[in-house]
Structures are given as C-alpha cells and as structure tokens.
Write a protein that binds this ligand. Structure first.
Ligand SMILES: C[S@@+](CC[C@H](N)C(=O)[O-])C[C@H]1O[C@@H](n2cnc3c(N)ncnc32)[C@H](O)[C@@H]1O
Length: 264
C-alpha cells in the first residue's frame, strides 16, 4: 500500500466494502460487525492473517492462542487452518469464548481456558504452534518469559506474535511530537530488532522473522476510523488518545511488530 493508494484504501474501508479488502482475503470472509463487536484492539484478524502467511499451520495441529480476548483469533485459526486451538485467556471468561466459537461453528475445535500467561495449565511438549495477537507485550517482555513458555511446545515448532511496536527503539526518549500523547503503557511497544535480540538471547528459539506488518500503521489508523469509540468515558479517552497518537505519528515511529521463532 503506497501513499497514492492510501485514499482509495480509506474509501474501500467503509463497512460494506471492508470485507473485500484484497490484501487480507481470509479476513474478508468474516462479518466486520462481528469483528468490531468482539475485538479488544486493532483488527486482530488482519494481524493474524499477516502472521499466518509464514507460520505453516496444518490441519490437526495443536495451537496455543495466548491472550485471544473474546476468541476471534481462535475461531479464525480453527476455521481457516483446521487446527485445534487452546484459547488461554485471563480477562475474558471461558464461557464467553466458548459461546462465540460455538456460534461461529468452531465450538468443537476451540478449547477456552482461564489462564495467566506465567501459570499455564498444559503438559510440557504439548503444542505444535504458539500464536499471540496484540497480547504478548503484556507479559512477554521479561527476559525469563520465553524460557518458561518454551516448555509447552514441541521442539522444532513455531511461535508467532504480532504486537503494537516501534520502527526503532527510542534511545533519545519519546519523540517530541508524540510526548504529549504518550502513555507509560506504550513503553511495552518494541521494534523488530528489539524483539529479535530479546528472543535470541533467551537461547530458546531461532528467530526466523522480525519485521513490521506492511503498512500496519495505516491499517491501525483506518481501523480506528471505522470503529465507534467505547461508551465508558475513561476508556473512551484512552482510545481517543491512542487514535490521535497514530494520526500524529503517520507511521514514522509506530506500527505492528511481527516476530516468528522456531523452538530449539
Ligand atoms: C488488548 S487485549 C487483545 C485481545 C485479543 N487478542 C484481541 O485482539 O481482541 C490483550 C489480551 O492480553 C491478555 N493478557 C494480558 N495480560 C495477560 C496475562 N498476564 N496472562 C494471560 N493473558 C493476558 C488479556 O487477557 C487480553 O485478552
């Protein structure tokens, strides 16, 4: 997506047209109203589709979906790739995820579990893939975390994450034009290079990719424009601030970081 195509993309993103966004053909098959009603961050299906292009999922695999919120990504994984998904989630109750998956026709292959990411109730060596969309930065920035998580995956399998990120670390502090909009929580956003080093140092994975989702900031901004603001006044203010941050930045510093590693 170039600057020239930006406007036409914005035009095409009006709700009736959104499902046909050609860059994301799998996501196009899902009702945008359903995505908006159940998402907890910028369109998780776009982010997951960008990730799964390089993840090599195949039917019957056991996949850990870490922090799936209400379960959109778990449904997508089950339906698009025929995998079995363990939806390990902290803030949303398993019953809510089960209901969503069952209504979407994926009730037999999505298994919701209430879980804290540092206290996972799974056998060691159980998973054929680990996926985390817009969640891993909440718990995975500690130097110790990947070492803990690796025990649940079979050696040789992959982990892939997409999270809000930076084009490069802010070594000289938050850029001036963003400082008035900066929330301390955003310090959990990191660059592809930061994640590569972070994972390589763990000794638990070989990093196969660490990059930015192409034009991710545009998708982020356009999705913000499509979605209604939340009704809760405090959350509304936070979200409005984030929208302003993305609009102001214009992709200079912010985007979505995508990281894929293979467990040793
Ligand atoms: C912004 S939401 C994203 C949810 C979903 N992936 C989506 O995009 O709609 C962040 C998710 O991270 C999960 N999370 C945050 N801290 C966690 C922790 N310590 N253990 C497990 N999950 C955690 C929350 O439960 C929440 O669902």
């Amino acid at each position: 997506m170039s600057d020239e195509s930006d406007r036409s993309l914005a035009d095409r993103l009006s709700l009736p047209e959104y499902p046909r966004l050609p860059e994301y053909p799998r996501t196009a098959g899902y009702d945008p109203e359903w995505v908006i009603a159940n998402m907890m961050g910028p369109n998780p299906l776009w982010l997951l589709e960008a990730l799964t292009r390089d993840l090599e999922l195949s039917p019957g695999m056991r996949v850990l979906d870490l922090g799936p919120g209400r379960g959109l990504t778990s449904v997508f994984l089950a339906k698009e790739f025929g995998v079995q998904v363990w939806a390990a989630e902290l803030w949303v109750e398993p019953t809510e995820i089960f209901r969503l998956a069952a209504e979407a026709g994926a009730g037999d292959s999505v298994f919701p579990i209430k879980a804290e990411a540092h206290d996972l109730p799974f056998p060691h060596g159980f998973f054929d893939a680990v996926v985390s969309i817009d969640s891993y930065h909440y718990f995975g920035t500690s130097d110790l975390y990947l070492d803990y998580l690796a025990r649940f995956a079979r050696p040789g399998t992959r982990i892939g994450i997409v999270a809000p990120g930076l084009t490069a670390e802010f070594d000289a502090g938050v850029p001036e034009e963003l400082s008035g909009l900066w929330d301390p929580a955003y310090y959990s956003f990191h660059s592809p290079d930061w994640w590569r080093r972070h994972w390589e140092r763990s000794g638990r994975v070989d990093v196969e990719a660490a990059d930015l989702v192409p034009d991710g900031w545009r998708l982020w901004r356009l999705w913000n424009e499509v979605c209604p603001l939340p009704e809760d006044p405090a959350i509304r203010e936070l979200v409005r601030n984030e929208h302003e941050l993305i609009r102001t930045d214009q992709g200079r510093h912010l985007g979505f970081t995508r990281v894929i590693g293979r467990f040793r």
